[in-house]
Design a protein around this ligand. Sequence first.
Ligand code: SF4
Length: 153
Amino acid sequence: MGVLDRLRGEGYNFLDRYVFGSSYDEQLEIRRKNLCADAFVASSNAVSIGGALVNIDGDGNRVAALSFGPRRVYLFVGRNKICDDLEKAIYRARNVASVGLAIQYGMNTPCAKPGTCHDCASPDRVCSYVSIIEHCTPPGRISLFLINEDLGL
Ligand code: SF4
């Protein structure tokens, strides 16, 4: 969508965790600062028709920021992430998004080769933190933009 390029190029105080060559510790520090940002931009792993957001993180930084911290949250979500109900949204977040991430990053997890979750305890586990948001408090803090394209995991 070009969002990263615009945030980098248009004079924002952008807390960019994708800085080339940065160490894990440096990225961790940026993630910590993200929690006090005015605005947080991300996607959601799954959205139920009823409006619940389901997200799974390896480190928990995104699910933390979605729940509390940044004043505003903007989520950009492709149509492929819309699920019929909460149960299917949880299934998608685990078995499509998390497994896909493990494959994409070549993690040493049991799901990375067969492509199915084995509920592992691997040190590389990509899905340690599970979040379900059923209601936005305070009202209007989270804005969800549904995009009529298949986008992301
Ligand atoms: S629990 Fe383990 S096997 Fe299952 S999706 Fe997460 S990392 Fe993969």
